[in-house]
Write a protein that binds this ligand. Structure first.
Ligand code: ADP
Ligand code: MG
Length: 246
């Protein structure tokens, strides 16, 4: 079995609306291994969201390629957004089920899955509530539950904790790590926070400032469970701080 689940080759992207016609992404090359927690780290505006949206298939590719291996893995990707992107007019349960409707499951199976992820994400008792009743942390839990409900092989997350207060974010990061350890899916997450990248990632792709390209890919060998008081944590933190040009 091939160890690589995703290859990005010579990927460039420019937004037509931008006057100077400059690139948001330029010649990006990397591959992601099956089951790894892969983090894309870079300063604001360097093209992280552009890159993730292209990987998610939410925008057409202009130049280069993004290849899933096997190609059917493309059907098994799922996305968690910075802004949560859950539907205010649907209950928690119906939000979680939203993707499943499109995947052709029957009602019984859907209910089972929704109940499972309500529990898994600590939303017990809130299944019939609407997003307006929920805190930010709980809304993102719904976003995560919805993404997980399709049983993804590749989970894409764009700064999923950045809209949360630091305690809520820390808690949810831990839960995401637990879920990843249990489910063994591949995770590709975007962040601009060095500490967050070190806490979560197996490997960290450091992007340059715009036009975004690959500065370096760093193997994160800090032993798990990690915390920012470990000397090995500081070492990689120093390395990345040197590397990321904010
Ligand atoms: P990041 O997620 O790293 O902050 P983005 O991928 O959102 O970066 O943006 C990369 C660059 O592309 C930025 O300069 C941004 O202004 C520009 N950009 C992003 N989205 C659009 C858009 N829809 N139209 C025009 N320019 C955009
Ligand atoms: Mg972004």
């Amino acid at each position: 079995m091939n160890d690589t689940i995703l290859s990005v080759k010579n990927l460039s992207y420019g937004y037509a609306s931008e006057r100077d016609n400059s690139y948001a992404l330029r010649d990006v090359n990397f591959s992601v291994k099956r089951g790894e927690f892969f983090v894309i780290l870079g300063p604001s505006g360097c093209g992280k969201s552009t890159l993730l949206r292209l990987i998610a298939g939410l925008m057409p590719i202009q130049d280069g390629s993004i290849i899933f291996d096997p190609p059917t893995m493309a059907e098994r990707r799922s996305m968690v957004f910075q802004s949560f992107a859950i539907f205010p007019w649907l209950t928690v349960k119906d939000n979680i089920l939203f993707g499943l409707n499109m995947h052709g499951m029957n009602q019984d199976e859907q209910d089972k899955v929704a109940d499972f992820y309500v529990k898994e994400l600590g939303l017990d008792g809130f299944g019939e509530h609407y997003p307006a009743d929920l805190s930010g942390g709980m809304r993102q839990r719904v976003g995560l539950a919805r993404a997980l409900a399709i049983d993804p092989e590749v989970l894409l997350m764009d700064e999923p904790f950045s809209q949360l207060d630091s305690f809520t974010a820390a808690r949810l990061r831990k839960d995401v790590l637990d879920i990843w350890a249990r489910e063994h899916m591949t995770v590709i997450m975007v962040t601009h926070l060095i500490e967050e990248a070190i806490e979560l990632a197996d490997r960290i792709l450091v992007m340059t400032a715009r036009p975004g390209t690959v500065e370096s890919i760093v193997e994160n060998t800090v032993s798990r469970p990690r915390n920012d008081r470990m000397p090995e944590f500081w070492k990689i933190e120093d390395l990345l701080t040197e590397m990321v040009k904010f």
